[in-house]
Design a binder for this molecule. Structure first.
Ligand code: PFF
Length: 456
């Protein structure tokens, strides 16, 4: 059998996984969820889920992948439990659904980069026209998906690892540059206060649920992306500490995105808390509001800061779309023995087609804009929101639940621990490993089980 490829270095693996985690979820979704969920109150709940619940599930995914050297569907069969391959298929379905709408939002961001370069700040007030221009968004979408497919088709070390090694440092530099700049703006501290002072009165069941969904989505968990990445990791790599570093990096970048965003909103609203409150909780916030912030910086600075922001967002999206495309690609390579380059372009094409209703539902088509009527109310969900709720949150928490049950009670914790134990383990590593060992059986299945049940 031809070699499946491997990450060349631990750093490359960590950067690629952190790249998968850091994406639109951190820079587009996280700040508005924080805005709607009571600032730091949301942050605290989010951190709890990320470290207490997601970190053990991440370690489990990586361990399954590395032990079996296989993508999610084959992994369960290789462990001797073919009946559990359903988890792999569920992951595959989530991956296809997520990438189908994710590519559309990535296309918006990529298009906004060009709008900022030519100084078209008015675009923020014409956002709905912009997203209903299906031809334009379609072209950006094709370009974005092709860039993703190009990188994935080049394989693990030459494609995914190399791209992460270039894009991740760039992304961090852009974020730090923008944070420093936004902190110098008038009223920056009002924004920071809004962000960091908790308002627990806003915390409802729905907020807690969305913090969990956000943590799973942001850490790319529950759909086998990390089983797939784990399958390219060398035996001597320490998975527990790697998972801790990946979780920590993702959470840090989400936190930094907030530090960058809230001063900008406070600047625009001249420090008016009520206005910050109403603007920052909006889903379309970065597309509708931020261009006005950039405009107010004056033509030259506005173009520089605005272009950097949307470039940053596009890079963050690209390191995530790569990992989303890798899951079905690895499935075709491992299970159907299709050549990687061919497999990549086939799946990319199919996913682009699945994404067309999401693209049309943002304005061009009434039918896809009001795709699902919500029972007992006048409102409805667009195709994109529907796919987001199903693939991007329900399937992921269900996937996380099934993975933890599988590892704890079917594959067994002893085998799991044998896979992740390292020689000369440090005390901290030992503690984290023991925590993972406990949580995967007693914390993750219970909390994720309850949540999955409530959702379904
Ligand atoms: N973690 C990515 C983000 O926060 O934008 C989204 C994502 C990527 C979800 C890869 C799932 C996945 F497998």
């Amino acid at each position: 059998m031809a070699s499946r490829g491997n990450f060349n270095s631990r750093l490359g693996f960590i950067l690629a996984s952190a790249g998968s985690a850091v994406g639109l979820g951190n820079i587009w979704k996280f700040p508005f969820e924080v805005g709607a969920g009571g600032g730091a109150a949301f942050l605290v709940i989010y951190l709890f889920f990320a470290f207490v619940l997601c970190f053990p599930v991440m370690t489990a995914e990586l361990a399954i992948g590395r032990h079996t050297q296989s993508s999610p569907v084959g992994a369960f069969r290789k462990l001797g439990f073919s009946k559990w391959s359903g988890i792999g298929y569920l992951g595959l379905a989530s991956g296809l659904l997520i990438l189908s709408f994710y590519n559309v939002v990535a296309a918006w961001s990529f298009g906004y980069f060009f709008e900022m370069v030519v100084g078209n700040f008015e675009i923020g007030s014409h956002f709905s026209e912009y997203v209903s221009n299906w031809l334009k968004i379609g072209i950006y979408g094709i370009i974005f998906m092709s860039a993703t497919a190009f990188i994935v088709s080049r394989g693990i070390s030459h494609g995914i690892e190399r791209a992460a090694k270039i894009m991740m440092p760039l992304l961090l530099s852009l974020i730090f540059g923008l944070i420093i700049y936004s902190l110098t703006l008038p009223n920056a501290m009002v924004g920071i206060q809004y962000y960091l002072l908790p308002d627990f009165s806003k915390v409802t069941g729905a907020v807690v649920y969305s913090a969990l969904g956000q943590a799973f989505f942001s850490l790319s968990l529950g759909m086998g992306a990390l089983i797939t990445f784990g399958s390219y990791v060398k035996k001597e790599t320490n998975l527990v500490s790697s998972a801790a570093i990946i979780t920590f990096s993702d959470v840090c970048i989400a936190f930094l995105a907030g530090l960058m965003m809230f001063p900008l909103v406070a600047y625009l609203t001249k420090g008016d808390l009520a206005a910050i409150n109403s603007i920052s909780g909006e889903e379309s916030f970065i597309f509708e509001t931020l261009p006005a912030v950039f405009q107010s910086l004056g033509p030259v600075l506005g173009i520089v800061v605005g272009s950097i922001f949307f470039l940053l967002l596009s890079f963050a999206a690209l390191t995530s779309t790569i990992s989303l495309l890798e899951v079905p690609t690895a499935f075709l390579v491992d299970e159907k023995k299709i050549k990687r380059s061919k497999a990549t372009w086939i799946v990319a094409g199919i996913i682009f087609l699945i994404g067309i209703p999401s693209m049309l539902g943002s304005g061009a088509s009434e039918f896809f804009a009001n795709f699902v009527k919500l029972p007992g109310s006048d409102s409805s969900l667009s195709f994109m929101s529907f796919v987001g709720v199903v693939g991007g949150s329900t399937f992921l928490s269900l996937g996380g639940f099934l993975i933890s049950v599988f590892v704890a009670f079917i594959w067994r914790r002893k085998n799991f621990m044998d896979e992740v134990r390292v020689e000369n383990e440090t005390a901290v590593n030992g503690f984290l490993r023991q925590y993972v060992n406990f949580a995967i059986a007693y914390i993750c299945p219970i909390i994720l089980g309850i949540i999955s049940l409530v959702t379904i």
